[in-house]
Design a protein around this ligand. Structure first.
Ligand code: OAD
Length: 257
């Protein structure tokens, strides 16, 4: 492993070379990639959501069942903030790399939809998407609620499932829940097929998602970490670029590289 500051031009040049010659790239992202869009991370001291709010109350099914209006309102506020946010230079650099012809799969733990809004075409959302809702009792397919039913017009807090009347909940993965199996399987396959994986803005503490960089490394891919702070993946990384995603990714992925 080599460690380098983001300002270290030779480290950047080396990774840019890897990007240019890679056959298939996975960009694995966490909350840090959206930090510069004004969306708080989870575990950063003081500013992280889990430093200020209790995940047991707000990010578990038991917490939702204990107080559905409280949890619904918390996600409604986050949804509104995310709707106001814009993709940043990091999201845009990833999308531009794919538009330039690289075979890029974005595997994200984020629920904000900003990769797609930046123009990334292949985005696997491991933890769901806050803009969607699903039935708390799982009576139907979450994708099919919205076209048939405008839950935003329902004055109840939370709105009710149009099929069975149970509360609707955000279509995000809460603690103790399984990841969407089809999405995770596609992510695993993309990781196995990749020869380069960029691990951007994640503390890499939450499994099973955090196992994907380890799987990439075990399968022989080069793993590059982009993060201002140390992560558990650094020890396996071929290069560690210390810095903010919005600064490092444009420097790394610009097509002239
Ligand atoms: P964390 O909050 O755990 O980690 C955010 C990471 O982003 C940290 O390593 C920071 O150092 C880094 N970071 C901060 N600002 C950055 C910037 N401008 N550029 C690059 N990196 C930056 O967030 P996640 O790793 O995404 O789960 O958390 C994983 C999961 O835990 C989330 O998906 C969520 C949470 O509970 C669910 O919602 C299921």
């Amino acid at each position: 492993m080599k460690r380098a500051a983001a300002s270290n031009e030779s480290a950047l040049a080396e990774v840019r070379d890897w990007v240019r010659t890679a056959q298939r790239i996975v960009v694995f992202t966490g909350a840090g990639v959206s930090a510069e869009s004004g969306i708080p991370t989870f575990r950063d001291a003081l500013t992280g959501l889990w430093a200020r709010f209790d995940p047991e109350r707000l990010a578990t099914e038991a917490g939702f069942r204990a107080d559905p209006p409280l949890v619904w309102r918390w996600y409604a506020e986050r949804r509104a903030a995310i709707a106001r946010a814009q993709p940043n230079a990091g999201h845009r650099a990833i999308a531009a790399c794919e538009a330039d012809g690289a075979r890029v799969t974005v595997v994200t733990q984020n629920i904000d939809g900003l990769h797609a809004r930046a123009g990334s075409r292949t985005v696997l959302e491991l933890h769901g998407n806050i803009l969607r809702v699903k039935c708390l009792e799982g009576c139907g397919d979450p994708q099919r609620i919205e076209p048939r039913h405008d839950w935003r017009a329902d004055p109840r807090v939370p709105p009710a499932c149009p099929r069975c009347g149970a509360p609707l909940r955000p279509d995000v993965v809460w603690f103790g829940e399984l990841l969407p199996q089809d999405v995770f399987e596609r992510a695993e396959q993309a990781v196995l097929d990749a020869d380069l994986m960029l691990v951007v803005g994640t503390s890499a503490l939450v499994h099973p998602a955090a196992g994907l960089p380890l799987a990439a490394h075990a399968a022989g891919a080069r793993v590059v970490v982009v993060n201002p702070a140390p992560t558990p993946i650094d020890a396996r990384a071929a290069q560690v670029l210390r810095g903010a995603a919005g600064e490092v990714l444009p420097a790394l992925l610009q097509s002239s590289g």
